[in-house]
Design a protein around this ligand. Structure first.
Ligand SMILES: Nc1ncnc2c1ncn2[C@@H]1O[C@H](COP(=O)(O)OP(=O)(O)OP(=O)(O)O)[C@@H](O)[C@H]1O
Ligand SMILES: [Mg+2]
Length: 371
C-alpha cells in the first residue's frame, strides 16, 4: 500500500498543501518547527482517524481557524489482489469545532469510525515513543491495544465494551449515595467476561510478538545485548475471580475499580534488568525501533500487504552501525512506502547514498513542500 497524493487544509501549521509522493522512500527535511512531524501526523490521521500526538481532534486545527481537512489518495497493491492490479482509495477526514468528525473512504461516510481501524495501516516511529518506556502503564496498554485492534476486530469490540462497563462501574463508586449493589454485580459479570477475553488475547499476542521483536533487536544491534518483555495482568493470576471480588472493599474506599484488565502492563528488560533504569539512551531507542519494526512485521503478516512506515527523526542517538543496520533493514523488499524526516537533509542523503539509494527529497519552506 502507498499514498500517492496528500492534500491538507488548515491542518496544524499548514494552511493549504498539495503534494505527490513516491511509492518507495520519501525524505522530508526542513528546519526545526517547519512542519515535518506534522506532515507525518497528517498521514497517521488518515490511517487511524486521529493524531499520533494529540488526544483532542480540534487541537489539530490551524490556530484561530475552526475547521481542518486531510485528504489522501491510497493505492493498494497487496498480495491478496490479482497480480499487477491496483485498487485506489480516497480517504477524507474533516474536523469542525462543535461538529461530529467526518471520515469517508471513496465518498462513503463511516457510521462507526472504528470500522476504519486496520484498513490502511501505518507504523510511526517518533521521538515521543520514549514515553512507552518512561511513562506509566497506560502508554504501553495504548500501544498494545492500538496494535491488536488493527489486526483483530473482535478485540477492539471487547475493549470498547470493557471500557464502557468500567466507566459505568467507576461512576457508581464515585457517587456519594448508597451503592447500587445489583448494578455493581451486573457490571462485575461484564468486566470479568470481557476482561478475561482481552487478557487471553493480549497474552497470545505477546507470545507471538516477542520472538519477532527479538529478531529485529538482534539484527539492529548484532546481539550486543539481549532484550525481552513480560506481560503482567491481574487476570492472569491464579484465582483472579476471587481476587477481583476481594478488591471490592478497596474499590469502595478508593472510589474506583482497582483490579482488572485496565491495570495490565508490559515490563521491558535489557539483559534481565529493567530497561527504564538501566538502558542507555541509544539502547532504549533501539528497543523502541525493534518494537515498532515488529509491529510492522506482524501487521504485514496478518494483512498480507505492507503498511506505510513513518520514521520521524529516527537517526538521532543511534550510532553509525545501528543506523546502517536500520537502513539496510528498511531497504529490504519487506518494506513498502517509507517517510523519513530529518532536520539535516545532508545526513539522510549520505546515509542512503551508502546503500546506493536515491530517495525523493522534499524540503519544507513556509508551509510548502518543495521537491
Ligand atoms: N494547531 C496548530 N496551528 C498552527 N501551528 C501549529 C499547530 N500545531 C502545531 N503548530 C506549529 O507547528 C510547528 C511544529 O511543527 P513540527 O512539530 O511538525 O516541526 P518539525 O519540522 O517536526 O520540527 P523539529 O525538527 O523540531 O522536530 C510549530 O511551529 C508549531 O507551533
Ligand atoms: Mg519533528
Amino acid at each position: 500500500m502507498y499514498i500517492s497524493k496528500l492534500s491538507l487544509f488548515q491542518f496544524k501549521n499548514y494552511e493549504t498543501l498539495e503534494v505527490e509522493f513516491e511509492a518507495k522512500i520519501n525524505c522530508i527535511s526542513g528546519e526545526n518547527g517547519a512542519g515535518k512531524t506534522n506532515l507525518l501526523d497528517a498521514l497517521h490521521y488518515l490511517s487511524m482517524s486521529k493524531s499520533y500526538f494529540l488526544n483532542t481532534d480540534t487541537q489539530n486545527i490551524l490556530h484561530a481557524q475552526d475547521m481542518m481537512m486531510i485528504k489522501g489518495n491510497f493505492c493498494m497493491n497487496g498480495q491478496n489482489l490479482a497480480q499487477n492490479s491496483e485498487e485506489n482509495f480516497e480517504i477524507y477526514c474533516a474536523i469542525q469545532i462543535g461538529q461530529k468528525k467526518i471520515l469517508k473512504v471513496n465518498d462513503l461516510v463511516y457510521t462507526k469510525i472504528t470500522e476504519h481501524i486496520g484498513r490502511f495501516p501505518m507504523v510511526m516511529i517518533a521521538p515521543s515513543d520514549q514515553d512507552l518506556i518512561a511513562e506509566g502503564s497506560e502508554e504501553r496498554r495504548r500501544f498494545l491495544d492500538s496494535l491488536i485492534s488493527q489486526i483483530d476486530k473482535e478485540y477492539l469490540q471487547n475493549l470498547i465494551h470493557y471500557n464502557h462497563y468500567l466507566s459505568q462501574r467507576n461512576a457508581i463508586l464515585k457517587q456519594n449515595t448508597a451503592l447500587d449493589t445489583t448494578l455493581i454485580e451486573t457490571y462485575d459479570k461484564y468486566l470479568l467476561n470481557f476482561g478475561e477475553k482481552i487478557t487471553q488475547k493480549r497474552q497470545l499476542f505477546m507470545e507471538e510478538f516477542l520472538p519477532i521483536f527479538q529478531k529485529n533487536y538482534d539484527f539492529l544491534t548484532q546481539k550486543k545485548e539481549s532484550c525481552h518483555f513480560e506481560y503482567k495482568a491481574d487476570f492472569l493470576l491464579k484465582d483472579f475471580k476471587n481476587k477481583y471480588y476481594q478488591a471490592f472493599q478497596k474499590d469502595v474506599l478508593l472510589k474506583r475499580t482497582t483490579f482488572g484488565t485496565h491495570k495490565d502492563d508490559i515490563i521491558f528488560f535489557i539483559d534481565n534488568y529493567p530497561l527504564k533504569k538501566y538502558g542507555s539512551q541509544g539502547q532504549q531507542k533501539s528497543f523502541l525501533i525493534a518494537l515498532k519494526l515488529a509491529q510492522y512485521e506482524i501487521i504485514y503478516q496478518k494483512k498480507q500487504f505492507k503498511p506505510i512506515l513513518l520514521l520521524d527523526d529516527i537517526f538521532d542517538k543511534l550510532d553509525d552501525f545501528r543506523i546502517q543496520q536500520l537502513i539496510k533493514l528498511v531497504n529490504d523488499e519487506t518494506f513498502g512506502q517509507i517517510f523519513v524526516t530529518d532536520a539535516r537533509p545532508e545526513r539522510t542523503a549520505q546515509i542512503f547514498a551508502t546503500i546506493h539509494i536515491k530517495p525523493a527529497i522534499f524540503t519544507i519552506e513556509n508551509g510548502k513542500l518543495i521537491p
